[in-house]
Ligand binder design. Structure first.
Ligand code: APR
Length: 228
């Protein structure tokens, strides 16, 4: 089977009701990154950071995958699909995608502040001060904050290099190193970009820009890459 690799961003979850980061009214219109999504913010005001992710977890628990998530599951019938997502929601998994790599962490997991290898599934939306890991240290959101290493990047680059088709859906390509993945796609391999707005990339001859929202764009993509 041909390898289909997808880089997804907040835009694929927009039609499920989860706000993006940089669209009008997006998350970064209402919060400052330096207040809620950096290691310094955690040191300075742990309660504010815990609350920021509690609110996002509470909202994410109320929404469902949309047709774009399910279209990617459907493509597993025709392709060896790997999804590299910048999203921390679990909508790809709930929809049924088999191979999901989270570059920026996972909202419904917490992690030890003493040993980063100790990662825990969260059963509720709330993570509080005093919730401790098995070593007795405070649990933190299992999120890659700005300025932190992106542990899954190595694997993501290797997977991208193997792609026969690369699909970018719902990302502004504003954040590195994730946005740099498009440069790891093999020479001449087709790249499809699905977004209602043109992301920050100069379109090359192997790139097809589908200027649509994710649900519509995925329908067009499927017609382009299968004979459905
Ligand atoms: N369908 C498809 N794309 C959409 C839709 C939609 N319905 N609505 C908005 N978009 C597009 C926007 O045009 C934009 O290009 O989704 C993209 C959202 O961009 P961002 O808000 O920057 O989100 P993302 O690219 O995922 O951000 C990357 O930045 O803040 C960090 O860690 C955070 O993972 C995030 C990273």
């Amino acid at each position: 089977m041909k390898k289909l690799v997808v880089l997804s961003g907040a835009g694929i979850s927009a039609e499920s009701g989860i706000s993006t980061f940089r669209d009008n009214g997006g998350l970064w219109d209402n919060f400052r990154i330096e207040d809620v999504a950096t290691p310094e913010a955690w040191q300075r005001n742990q309660e504010l950071v815990l609350d920021f992710y509690n609110q996002r977890r509470k909202q994410a628990a109320t929404v469902k995958p949309n047709a774009a998530h399910y279209a990617l599951v459907e493509l597993e019938k025709d392709f060896d699909v790997t999804i590299i997502t910048q999203n921390v929601d679990n909508l790809h998994e709930i929809a049924g995608s088999s191979n999901v790599i989270h570059l920026h962490g996972e909202l419904f997991k917490s992690r030890s502040t003493k040993n980063p290898d100790l990662v825990y599934e969260m059963s509720s939306w709330e993570l509080k001060t005093g919730d401790l890991c098995e070593l007795g240290s405070q649990l933190r959101p299992h999120i890659v904050w700005f300025g932190e290493e992106v542990p899954m990047m190595e694997i993501a680059m290797e997977v991208t290099e193997e792609a026969d088709i690369f699909v970018v859906v719902g990302t502004s390509l504003a954040v590195y190193p994730a946005a740099g993945l498009v440069h790891y796609v093999g020479a001449g391999k087709p790249i499809y970009i699905i977004d209602p707005a043109k992301p920050d990339i100069s379109l090359k001859s192997n790139m097809t820009f589908i200027q649509e929202k994710a649900t519509t764009g995925m329908e067009i993509l499927i017609k382009n890459i299968t004979n459905k």
